[in-house]
Design a protein around this ligand. Structure first.
Ligand code: WTA
Length: 660
């Protein structure tokens, strides 16, 4: 049975315990239904109410939703606020300055506590320093940093002065960084000398230097460098500045820049099915509201909770559930620099015990890889650690198969912690479809029901609703505050990617397939319906990897597809035609390794194909179209049962299907 079939046949149900629902923000299904009914009967009133209750407004909004230029929606537009004020100052003003905002654990285990008061001072100092570097409201600042307090401080400092940040994941190559610096028109770059992961120092500054040297970045006036390891770096006088020297003499007072709720808080690049990665543009008010509100609803956060989200700040999960969500509600969170397997594969569980984590949020891939090692080695098994403080578990980024769900539930949660399987995307800004820990009966592998105010539905290719039990295209029928506002610099792409005419131009197209259960209406996500792969919860466009491959001088043609993978969810499989004769044996292995290294250099190590197969050609129709469905079958090692009569060169299938 495939993973999806096993979810669809899943009959186990785990209702919330009395304890879980007792004090929950949304306690029981009746409370959930009351909120969804409120949103349905008065959509704008519902959003206005939570926006007033959850955020602090410098100038209250009078307009809620502006649909006059759909699908370019505006929310709370005449309201003014500042994200950093909401995430920091207001808690200090309320007397919580001494509360830990971040408990940071470094790769080597060193722990640093950062209170809200500390955070305020550090953010204000850097904000002042950025202003002195000439960074103004509306300017873009690229952040290329490891998991660090400095990363959060840098993002918040940009927000404080109204600069729009664009964080680039530290695993991306110099070429990817260059493309983002150019596309976003950055005036400054904040990076580090090196990052520490799993006991190893990896360069960042030298990659940043290469990225700038690659051209098109003349707008970048300053490169601010956080000294993480003290490793040697090249220095460009007049452009490069040490972060610690820069902030040393800055004042720790910085009046926040009050901006419209629609002011762009950040731009985050993500892969699409065609062309270059898209700069997903988010507003200040909308995303902040939903990050904060979902901390309360999905995670049921209380003042004493200790939250830990293991995502990197380079991804949307790190934006909404590290930098902005937990701080917006004044929570204490754990932040981790390293990797789950260093110095041993029990690191996550050990840290949960050490920091008394109560709410833990991670990716299915991490769980699946830890199942394997801990079933082989009792010393790193979650049962060997004190996980008694945990009360809620979460997953994000990819479908979780019922087996992994059950293992997580029993071994990590001790069969007492609800699991919130949160479905959402870079573009949605925050959770969309997820169980509520004190209300929703859980079914392993299903993300269950939309949050109040989120009008998710399943439609066919023409945009018509399909009945429950029938699979289709996942859409959202009404705009919501935390949705993306645009694709940076490319409004046409925003419209055609997310509000396609084929669906009537009004429905938000998520790019996922899904089905609702006949009886419960629960949603199950069936994976992407476009040419986007999800490898270990990371989005990769097949076209991006194909262009990287064909830019190698050896390669004539390449086609990339995904194959289900037990650990990473999907794996990248590349079919490659070389300009030279098809290599066999060791020669093939050698070139395959070269091409892997090439893709790592072009995009980043996360995009490396797991499997590369060489052919004299690719399976094509007589009109020259590559038959991708055949490649997908070949990648899986399936027997080809499809009709291949339209195929120009059927013999090629045997060659490409050969086990390497
Ligand atoms: C997938 C990550 C199943 C989905 C927050 C989506 C999921 C893409 C889930 C977005 C989930 C995310 N169950 N699939 N709970 N969460 N996805 O933009 O295919 O990196 O479209 O955002 O991840 O990935 P992104």
């Amino acid at each position: 049975m495939s993973a999806i079939e096993s979810v669809l046949h899943e009959r186990r149900v785990f209702p919330p315990s009395d304890k879980a629902s007792a004090n929950a923000a949304i306690s029981g299904m009746d409370a959930y239904k009351a909120l969804t009914a409120e949103a349905e009967s008065d959509y704008e009133g519902f959003w206005a109410r939570i926006a007033r209750e959850t955020l602090s407004w410098h100038k209250p909004f009078t307009k809620v939703l502006d649909e006059s230029n759909a699908p370019f929606y505006k929310w709370f537009e005449d309201g003014e606020l500042n994200a950093s004020y909401n995430c920091i100052d207001r808690h200090v003003e309320a007397g919580h300055g001494g509360k830990n905002a971040i408990i940071f654990e470094a790769d080597d285990g060193a722990v640093t506590n950062v209170t809200y008061q500390d955070l305020l001072q550090r953010v204000s100092r850097l904000a002042n320093a950025l202003k002195k570097q000439g960074v103004k409201k509306g300017d873009r600042v690229v952040i290329y940093l490891p998991m660090s307090v400095e990363g959060v401080v840098a993002m918040q400092a940009c927000a404080r002065i109204g600069a729009t940040h664009s964080v680039v994941f530290g695993g991306f190559s110099s070429k990817s960084l260059n493309e983002r610096l150019v596309d976003v028109g950055a005036v400054a770059l904040i990076t580090a000398d090196e990052q520490m992961r799993g006991g190893k120092a990896l360069p960042l500054k030298s990659i940043a230097d290469e990225a700038i040297a690659a051209g098109g970045c003349d707008a970048v006036k300053s490169v601010i460098v956080y000294r993480r390891t003290g490793g040697k770096v090249a220095w460009n006088e007049g452009r490069d500045l040490w972060l610690h020297e820069l902030v040393e003499n800055e004042s720790d007072q910085c009046e926040p820049e009050w901006v419209s709720a629609e002011h762009p808080l950040f731009i985050l690049y993500t892969s699409g099915s065609t062309g270059k990665p898209k700069g997903v543009q988010h507003s200040t008010g909308g995303i902040l509201l939903w990050a904060a509100q979902t901390m309360k609803w999905t995670f049921d956060m209380k003042p004493d909770d200790v939250f830990w989200c293991t995502a990197d700040i380079g991804w949307i999960t790190g934006h909404s559930y590290i930098t902005y969500g937990p701080t917006a509600i004044g929570a204490t969170q754990v932040m981790f620099e390293g990797v789950p397997t260093y110095p041993h594969a029990g690191r996550f569980w050990e840290m949960i015990g050490r920091h008394k984590v109560t709410i833990f949020y991670t990716a299915p891939t991490a769980i699946r890889s830890l199942i394997k090692v801990s079933e082989a080695d009792a010393k790193v098994h979650p049962k060997s650690f004190d996980l008694s403080t945990l009360r809620i578990l979460g997953t994000v980024g990819e479908p979780i198969n019922p087996e992994a769900w059950m293992w997580y539930y029993e071994n990590v949660g001790g069969a007492k912690c609800p699991i919130v399987d949160t479905w959402w995307q870079t573009e949605t800004g925050g959770h969309m479809i997820t169980p509520l820990p004190g209300a929703t009966p859980l079914v392993p592998g299903s993300c269950t029901l939309p949050l109040p105010g989120i009008m998710a539905a399943i439609v066919d290719e023409t945009g018509q609703d399909v009945p429950n039990g029938q699979g289709g295209i996942l859409v959202v029928k009404r705009p919501w505050p935390s949705m993306l506002r645009n694709v940076w610099g490319d409004p046409d792409r925003y419209k055609s990617s997310y509000f396609p005419e084929e669906l009537g131009g009004k429905l938000y197209l998520a790019g996922d397939g899904a089905v609702r259960d006949k009886d419960t209406g629960y949603f199950t996500i069936m994976g992407r319906i476009d040419d986007v792969l999800n490898v270990s919860g990371h989005r990769l466009g097949t076209m991006e990897i194909e262009s990287a491959l064909v830019s190698n001088p050896l390669v004539a043609e390449a086609a990339v597809v995904g194959r289900p993978d037990e650990t990473t969810g999907e794996a990248v499989v590349a079919f490659v035609v070389l300009k030279q004769a098809r290599p066999e044996g060791d020669a093939g292995t050698k070139i395959a390794n070269e091409l892997r290294a090439w893709v790592a250099k072009e995009i980043g190590p996360i995009a490396k194909p797991k499997d590369i197969r060489f052919g004299e050609n690719l399976p094509k129709t007589r009109s020259g179209k590559i038959m991708r469905r055949l490649l997908r079958s070949l990648a899986k090692g399936e027997e080809i049962t499809q009709d291949v009569s339209t195929l120009e060169n059927p013999a090629i299938l045997d060659q490409l299907g050969e086990a390497r």
